[in-house]
Design a protein around this ligand. Structure first.
Ligand code: PLP
Length: 319
């Protein structure tokens, strides 16, 4: 069935200014054009290349129990992306960190999803030359959100392997965190059509890559592996490597075939939006005995404990 025309669609609104309902936005605070604003007022031009061409980079860090988790690593990745895309912003790392903290503090959220982003911007003449655009930095803090809901965290996610291929690294360097999500969103619809809750996409060689907003790990005989190439080097993925080093678990970045994923003892996904999240069903078939595995549970527990540790986290100064 086509989703493009909805026969029940409302008539087009009249040519008067439409009322914006502030409640139709998540409760949060944004920083835009030098001002702190409620989310409902944080707007950009439709001529911004970030919107017209997906010409943007961003990073997302979370705040848990009033503390940023590994903010330095997120700032490193964001500034790395800016440099590769030849974008400049009028703030250094400390300035961005201060803006993010202010967004969180003004929002009052103690569990927050905090995003910093930079678009190519718009050019005053609508020039087609990206060098004419004025880069635009923005940030916002909204309530924490997770890829997996509470029930899915308990029993494990049900995923489907999509036949959509993740955009290859030769086209877009995945280390530049980006909004090129059409493959991921199409993968999600494939998954929903097949009764699954989220999707895993393959890379150009048919190996497992990543999913909409997350990396993936499998555990085989006590050893962990995660796709090495063609994926965003996630900070949560990196955190799993760090936790494994502390816990004495073997972990490697390597090709992960679909067959290897299917016969794994445990599978989990990782994202700033939710942390370490178990997967217990792939294409309708249980992973091992279909229960959340022991190593996954152990890593989930240490991951959240580290959020209180000053080596891994830093407090937000609320007013
Ligand atoms: N892969 C993609 C495509 C993502 O968008 C994300 C996060 O948004 C991740 C992986 C996970 O990265 P991180 O752990 O840094 O949140």
């Amino acid at each position: 069935m086509s989703n493009s025309i909805d026969p029940q669609a409302e008539p087009l609104p009249s040519l008067s200014a439409r009322h914006i309902d502030p409640h139709s936005y998540p409760d949060g605070v944004a920083f835009l054009d030098g001002q702190y604003l409620p989310m409902s007022q944080a707007k950009i031009s439709v001529l911004d290349w970030g919107f017209l061409h997906s010409d943007a980079t961003y990073d997302t860090v979370h705040v848990w129990n009033g503390r940023f988790f590994r903010l330095d690593l997120h700032l490193d990745r964001f500034f790395g992306g800016l440099e590769k895309l030849r974008m400049t912003i009028p703030f250094g790392r400390d300035g961005v960190a201060e803006i993010l903290e202010n967004c969180v503090a003004l929002s009052g959220h103690r569990a927050a999803y905090v995003e910093m982003l930079c678009t190519r911007g718009a050019s005053p003449t609508f020039s087609r030359d990206p060098r004419d655009a004025v880069n635009r930095f923005m940030a916002f803090a909204v309530p924490f959100g997770s890829v997996a809901n509470a029930e899915q965290l308990q029993r494990g996610l049900h995923v489907a392997i999509s036949d959509k291929v993740r955009i290859p690294p030769a086209s877009i360097d995945p280390a530049i965190k980006n909004y090129h999500w059409l493959d991921l969103v199409r993968g999600l619809y494939d998954a929903y059509d097949r009764g699954a809750e989220t999707a895993l996409l393959l890379d150009f060689n048919g190996n497992v890559a990543e999913g909409p907003g997350f990396n993936v790990f499998c555990v085989d005989d006590g050893k962990l592996s995660t796709p090495a190439a063609g994926v965003l080097p996630g900070i949560t993925r990196r955190t799993v490597f760090d936790l494994c080093a502390e816990a004495g678990l073997a972990v490697a970045a390597a090709d992960v075939s679909v067959a290897a994923l299917r016969r794994s003892d445990e599978v989990f996904i990782t994202s700033t939006a939710g942390g370490i999240m178990p997967v217990t069903m792939i294409d309708g078939i249980p992973v091992a005995d279909g229960k959340v595995g022991a190593i996954t549970k152990r890593l989930m527990a240490i991951y959240w404990q580290k959020h209180e540790d000053p080596v891994w986290s830093s407090p937000v100064r609320y007013p």
